[in-house]
Design a protein around this ligand. Structure first.
Ligand code: NAG
Ligand code: NAG
Length: 481
């Protein structure tokens, strides 16, 4: 029977495809073992691969891949003990750029719905694979968690719930608790922005420094009973809007579901190796804004931070990249304002509509307020999706900062690297950013390293799922034929 033999061939091909794509998706970090590991735990002795013949390359990469897969399957190597005893332990921060999850509305076509549904699990696969492999101490999502700031409270809640459960595998009972306390007459989440605003007004009516809860110390988990890493959410323009758009509703619901937009956490301040994380809401640094009081709050945050006179190293996490000239990264500087006459929303006349970078002036002030102690640090941003690495070089005589592709060493007081983390979205190949902080006892300084671990376009993940399903179906039919 011809048809049956053809059928069998298709089924065999399908099986092969399913096996290969599923093994690949399950073990993808092993394809790039050093890019997908913390610095110092993996031998980076990449030999001069370019000099090898094609066949030798195949052998080299296969061996490297198989070795890494084996390491993952048989963990608990004795030398892990020694790294654990290292004092202080390395800092392992995992950063995800701009997931931008989309929403489903009543007019969304079914194919798009399926795509959005699958995309949540594609992102979830990346997050869970990388966490299982690397056990980060900190996880940061670089803003633009969602794809639009123009959504209602109920949709904002629904996406938060998908973000938490499908992508990051987190418990959503606290979220459900919030909804049970703050809902409309149909039981859908509704933020009480008026009381939130009143609380803020009350604080703003007091003398500075305002008590806005910016300070944290030695926090390694918000929920130590259930989690052994610290989860950090960062505001993006798609989560709260640019300053010309941000309303009380936008900001209060972010605060309620994702936590504060500005805070710092200081670690090990009484040791020889203090360091800190600074989470900065870069959307609310410049205007003209719709609610300029929010911008006041962010500057108040930076002044309080500066007043700490902190002695250690800083990891700055924020969404909008700092100012740099055209040509250094994919995005050049661009700032747009609403026109003077803006019919759809007249009250937005001339307000800040969007920006690719912070302005040059604001960038300088931010760097001087945060990196004033001349200790090394690292800046992680999101926003441009393509990714970029830049150095901010501080001139020792003028105190000015200049962005450049490289460390401009002679005469420079300090160079701080800014990493614009390439997006986690499938179109950008599902990346995970890995920051390793290592304390160098000889110099008495923290050293910071970054690497980017790519996955692949979402279609490969889809093929792995669909081919597995189809193959199962094909063999069942074959048996029946
Ligand atoms: C959010 O999810 C709930 C429960 O599934 C649903 O009833 C509601 O309509 C959703 N909200 C929006 C805006 O789609
Ligand atoms: C960040 O967001 C997640 C998901 O909503 C939440 O569980 C977590 O508590 C948030 N972080 C903070 C500091 O509130």
């Amino acid at each position: 029977m011809v048809s049956k033999s053809i059928f069998k061939k298709i089924a065999i091909f399908g099986t092969f495809l399913a096996i290969v794509t599923n093994i690949y998706t399950a073990t993808y970090p092993s394809v790039h073992p050093s890019k997908c590991s913390w610095k110092c735990t993996q031998n980076d002795d990449d030999i001069a691969v370019d000099l090898l013949s094609s066949w030798e390359k195949v052998v080299y990469y296969s061996k490297r891949y198989l070795f890494d897969v084996k390491e993952q399957l048989l963990p608990g190597k004795p030398d892990e003990e020694t790294t654990k005893n290292d004092d202080p332990a390395d800092i392992h921060l995992m950063a995800f750029g701009d997931p931008q999850i989309k929403g489903i509305f009543s007019n969304t076509p079914y194919i798009t719905r399926l795509d959005i549904f699958g995309n949540d699990f594609f992102l979830g696969h990346i997050a869970s694979t990388m966490r299982r492999r690397l056990h980060p101490s900190h996880i940061a999502v670089m803003g633009d968690l969602f794809s639009s700031q123009w959504i209602g409270d109920s949709e904002f809640y629904n996406r938060t719930s998908r973000y938490m459960s499908r992508i990051f595998g987190r418990d959503i009972s606290s979220l459900e608790q919030i909804k049970s306390e703050h809902h409309d007459k149909d039981g859908q989440y509704q933020v009480d922005w008026e009381s939130w605003g009143k609380k803020l007004d009350k604080i703003r009516a007091t003398e500075k420094p305002w008590d806005l809860g910016f300070h944290h110390e030695n926090v390694y988990s918000w929920d130590p009973q259930n989690e052994d890493s610290l989860f950090i959410n960062i505001t993006g323009n798609h989560d709260i809007g640019y300053s010309g758009d941000v309303t009380y509703q936008h900001l209060s619901r972010f605060h309620e579901l994702f936590g504060s937009d500005n805070y710092w956490i200081e670690y090990d301040t009484d040791t020889d190796h203090p360091w800190r994380i600074v989470v900065l809401d870069s959307l609310l640094l410049e205007g003209p804004g719709l609610q300029n009081e929010f911008i006041d709050v962010t500057w108040e945050f930076l002044y309080q931070l500066f007043e700490r006179r902190f002695k250690g190293s800083t990891v700055l996490l924020t969404h909008v990249p700092l100012y740099k000239e055209e040509g250094i990264c994919s995005d050049g500087p661009e700032t747009r304002f609403y026109p003077e006459v803006y019919e759809p929303e007249p009250y937005k006349s001339k307000l800040l509509r969007s920006h690719n970078h912070l302005s040059e002036e604001v960038t300088k002030r931010v760097l001087n307020l945060i990196f004033d102690n001349n200790k090394p640090g690292i800046i992680l941003t999101g926003h441009d999706h393509v990714g970029c690495e830049t150095y901010y070089n501080k001139n020792s005589t003028s105190g000015d900062w200049k962005a450049s592709k490289k460390i401009e060493s002679p005469g420079e007081l300090l160079s701080v690297q800014e990493i614009t983390v390439k997006a986690m979205m499938g179109e950008f190949h599902g990346n995970t950013g890995l920051v390793t902080g290592h304390f160098n006892k000889k110099t008495g300084l923290w050293e910071w390293y970054f690497s980017l671990c790519p996955f692949t376009i979402q279609h490969v993940w889809w093929i792995s799922k669909v081919s597995a399903l189809l193959t199962g179906l094909l063999w069942s039919i074959y048996i029946l034929l």
